[in-house]
Design a protein around this ligand. Structure first.
Ligand SMILES: NC(=O)c1ccc[n+]([C@@H]2O[C@H](COP(=O)([O-])OP(=O)(O)OC[C@H]3O[C@@H](n4cnc5c(N)ncnc54)[C@H](OP(=O)(O)O)[C@@H]3O)[C@@H](O)[C@H]2O)c1
Length: 262
């Protein structure tokens, strides 16, 4: 998809990857509505970027998504590209997870992209064109210890993306699923960063990831999985999951010590 002149809605726009992606989209000629719960950071970014529409809103409920989607539609007068980037994570032993955080993660990471897709789809169907980009994670294909809730949300998002892509196959509305490996952004707490260092986890710079997201949009990619060996592990996990159990066992034991410290 050619980004120039397109009406784009980006969620999580004020975040580590979102702020860089917003800048790149504007540079590529997008008309951009930026949705984020962090109103201060959003307005600061909007001031820097100039001709963009900041939409401060909480995507943790169906109503919040409806309000944000309505505002975006009014500001842009339609939509060509929805990028579901907003997300939250949690690094903890499952029994220590706060039930409210479990629900919040399901809402923000899985239900919000589904609600927003549902809100914008009729407009895309009317014009018979558009693209929905869902940003998942490698953890949406490889269930990761101490990220059990986060993994569940991203497995759900991958399944939704695949099903919707197939459902829309006879139209000109496309669905792209993006699965980065770990990225150096504020989403990852100090404990995650320390665990990553102790286990030798590969971490990409947000700029590199954003470049690949833009390339995936430009090149009409159905999905992308980032990095070696992570992208290979995704395939191995489908065919030989016991091999991946074994490969991750030592790493999981190290991760446990960091997850427990929180
Ligand atoms: N960083 C990684 O290691 C990594 C790896 C793979 C995939 N991803 C995925 O990439 C995406 C972007 O992550 P990131 O690293 O850029 O994270 P980030 O820096 O934490 O940015 C996420 C943004 O989403 C916003 N947000 C959170 N909850 C929201 C809500 N209820 N309503 C509206 N906005 C909300 C955050 O606002 P607040 O600041 O107010 O919370 C923040 O501005 C996520 O979907 C994530 O799962 C990240």
């Amino acid at each position: 998809m050619e980004i120039n002149g397109k009406r784009v809605v980006l969620t999580g726009a004020a975040g580590g990857m979102g702020s860089i992606l917003a800048e790149q989209l504007v540079a590529a000629g997008a008309r951009l509505a930026m949705v984020d719960a962090n109103a201060d950071a959003l307005h600061q970014l909007a001031g820097k970027l100039g001709t963009v529409y900041p939409v401060a809103g909480d995507l943790a409920s169906a109503e919040g998504c409806r309000v944000a989607a309505d505002e975006c539609m009014q500001l842009l007068g339609g939509i060509d590209l929805l990028i579901n980037l907003a997300g939250i994570n949690s690094f903890a032993a499952y029994e220590d997870e706060d039930p409210r955080k479990i629900e919040l993660m399901m809402h923000v990471n899985l239900l919000a992209p589904m609600w927003l897709a549902r809100a914008f789809l009729p407009s895309m169907q009317k014009q018979n064109s558009g693209r929905i980009v869902n940003v998942g994670s490698i953890f949406g294909s490889i269930g990761f210890a101490y990220f059990s809730v986060y993994s569940a949300t991203k497995f759900g998002l991958r399944g939704f993306s695949e099903a919707l892509r197939r459902e829309l196959a006879d139209t000109h509305i496309k669905v792209t699923y993006i699965a980065p490996r770990a990225v150096k952004t504020p989403m990852n707490s100090d404990a995650v960063m320390q665990m990553g260092e102790a286990t030798g986890m590969n971490m990409d710079a947000p700029e590199e990831v954003v470049q690949k997201i833009i390339a995936a949009i430009n090149n009409d990619r159905k999905d992308i999985y980032f990095g070696f060996p992570e992208a290979l592990f995704v395939r191995v996990n489908v065919l030989f999951p016991r091999l991946v159990d074994k490969a991750l066992a030592a790493q999981n034991r190290i991760a446990r010590t960091f997850a427990r410290k929180q």
